[in-house]
Design a protein around this ligand. Structure first.
Ligand code: PRP
Length: 183
């Protein structure tokens, strides 16, 4: 990125879809619900890199109960509908899950294929319980049903950037979510 494109990068994105205040209000509500549901339990919050970074950090810090946390990283085999669900773990967990309560956290769920794969993988670690929490639930392209215990926002089929979501690795660091229409 040269100096010109760096100074004009925000001009490329569309209108704000969710403001920082709207996101933080909802994150606070989710954190309160999770804190209530897991009070007194040994909770491990698991995020899938990289888009989940900001949501997970805000959620954990808004919670009023202690929780361990860990990350998974994945890569996908291909962009087609046949191969996009074929996922490979590139970083496994460090935290043991056996007998503990695991909560998978995702920034966005689209087809559901990634979350389905991750939940199946996490079950092999034999947690006492396993649930999923997603900030943005985009259902229009859902291929496989996933059970979501906590949903921040149900969203239409918009391409969004910010708050962890990128377009070619740009815009992740914005504190709000904006619409983006790539060429
Ligand atoms: C996003 C999101 C999920 C996945 C959901 O990750 O964080 O992991 O896509 O899509 P699906 O429901 O269609 O499987 P992305 O591939 O954008 O990677 P990133 O988190 O590194 O941005």
């Amino acid at each position: 990125m040269n100096n010109t494109s760096f100074s004009t990068w925000l001009e490329e994105i569309g209108p704000i879809y969710l403001t920082e205040a709207q996101i933080q209000e909802r994150v606070g509500q989710l954190a309160a619900q999770i804190s209530q549901d897991y009070a007194g339990k040994d909770l491990v919050v698991i995020g899938v890199l990289r888009g989940v970074l900001f949501f997970m950090a805000d959620l954990l810090r808004a919670m009023t109960i202690p929780a361990a946390f860990d990350f998974l990283a994945i890569s996908r085999y291909g962009p087609t509908e046949q191969t996009q669900g074929v996922v490979r773990l590139t970083k496994d967990l460090n935290e043991p899950l056996r007998g503990r309560h695991a909560l998978l956290v995702e920034d966005i769920i689209d087809t559901g294929l990634t979350t389905h794969f991750i939940l199946r993988t996490l079950r092999l670690h034999e947690p006492e319980s396993l649930k999923a929490c997603v900030l943005l639930n985009r259902t229009q392209r859902r291929i496989i049903d996933v059970n979501l215990a906590y949903v921040g926002f149900d969203i239409p089929d918009y391409y969004l950037v910010g708050y962890g979501l990128d377009f070619r690795e740009r815009y992740r660091t914005l504190p709000y979510l904006a619409k983006f229409e790539p060429d």
